[in-house]
Structure formats: C-alpha cells, structure tokens
Design a protein around this ligand. Sequence first.
Ligand SMILES: Nc1ncnc2c1ncn2[C@@H]1O[C@H](COP(=O)(O)OP(=O)(O)OP(=O)(O)O)[C@@H](O)[C@H]1O
Length: 249
Amino acid sequence: MLELKNITFKVDNLDGKGEITILDNVSFKIEQGKILIITGPNGGGKSTLAKIIMGIEKPTSGQILFDGKDVTNLSITERARLGIGYAFQQPPRFKGVTVKKLLNLASGNKLNDTACCEYLTNVGLCSKEYLKRDVDASLSGGELKRIEIASLMARNPKLAIYDEPEAGIDLWSFSMLVDSFQKFKENKDQTVVIISHQEKIIDLADELMIIADGKVQNKGTKEEIMPMIQGKSTSCGCPIKEVVLTNER
Ligand SMILES: Nc1ncnc2c1ncn2[C@@H]1O[C@H](COP(=O)(O)OP(=O)(O)OP(=O)(O)O)[C@@H](O)[C@H]1O
C-alpha cells in the first residue's frame, strides 16, 4: 500500500557551503493492514521520513507510491484526501477551535458528545469538559498530544502515522493508548506507522525498522530485528540498545 523508492533528503549547510544528507537512499514497503514500528537513535531521520510521507517535506530525490499511485509531487492536502494522516511529534495548537470541533473536522462527520468521548477515552481523556476547551496554550503538553492522537483516530485514514505517541504521556494514559493500538492490530483495517522508542509499542510491530544515520539499518519482524539490535553500537558509540529500551515503563 505504501512504497518508498530511494528517498534522499538533503538540506543546505548553515554556513552556505555544501549540503547535509538527512535521509540517504531510503527504500521500503508496507503492506495493507500491517503495523510498522520505526525506531532508532535520536536524530537518525525518523520524523523527517514521516514528514516526507505526509508531504510536509519534499524529498531531494526518490519516489513515493501510495496504493500504486505516485504521490511524490502531491501536496499535504492531496495526500490527506487519498487517505494519509499524520500525528505530529510536537502537535500544533489551534486557537479558537474547541476539542469537539477538532474531532468533528478530523472525522468529517458531526459527532455527538458520546462519540467524541470514546475517541478521548482511547487516549485516557474521558471528561466531557475537554470537549469545550480550546486547543490552545491552556492545554498541557500531554493533553495536547493526546488530543492530537485522538483526532487522528477520529480521522481514521487508510494510512495513519504516529510520531512518538508516547512523548509526554503519563503511565495510565500510555497504557490505554497501547490498548487502542492493540485494537488496530486485531482489526487489520488500517495500516499504521508508529515512530517510537517504547518497548511496549515495539511489541505491537508486524514489522520493525531501524533508522540510523539517515539510512534503513534493518527491517524485519520484531523477532528478527530485536536480537540484532542488542548490544550493537551506532556510529557515535551510543548503544542502540539503550535508545530502544531505556524508556521502558
Ligand atoms: N530542515 C533541516 N535543516 C537542518 N537539519 C535538519 C532539518 N531537518 C532535520 N534536520 C536534522 O536531521 C536529523 C534527523 O532529524 P529527525 O527529526 O528526522 O530525527 P529523529 O530520528 O526523528 O530524532 P528523534 O528520535 O530525536 O525524534 C537531525 O539531526 C536534525 O537536526
């Protein structure tokens, strides 16, 4: 359903001399209904890759196919219409838009309070009071993050990309979130990409991919990849094992 072919992303060096390669010849496929977990060291290129799939960044070279269609030159809006959705690592705030309005806009339907609360419950927010709140600076970072995730769940795109859904989320909400992702796994009607450093989320993977130094280092089942990561080092000498496993809750 999604295929990336030889994606390279370069940016100009700040001193104006030459370019930095952020992603280097990245190729992989995801099959319909699968959960792909992307992990790897900080700064490896995971979020950039997600933004390239969503159309927020344009690759320097390479091709992106979605359901067999070349979407490389399509805008974010066009990709969203085709069924690609993205929950940011650091979500934006929308002053003047209530949580209920955001969920309605995301789902494309008029949702009643009960339906809205179900989406919020998936991420550990169950109070009806939240529905009237503006998605602005009055929300805590963890609340905003969970509302962003709930709105992507309400949108229910064919391909949902979650960028570090665990970031800033408390233990109780995290546990509910993992249960919600578990339901995606059981239903198999949505293809899901999750960028995560969390072992409990990595456990959900149909496939696990390691991105480091802008390259796909490994991709396969969790059973194939996890033993390979154990004890391996990145180019800077930091054990990948620590990056993947130290956030265990
Ligand atoms: N527009 C840009 N200009 C310069 N450097 C950039 C740009 N975009 C990304 N980078 C750099 O590219 C590298 C990859 O960034 P990215 O956010 O994709 O990493 P990541 O794997 O998601 O990291 P983390 O696990 O910390 O979220 C980082 O070193 C980042 O600073």
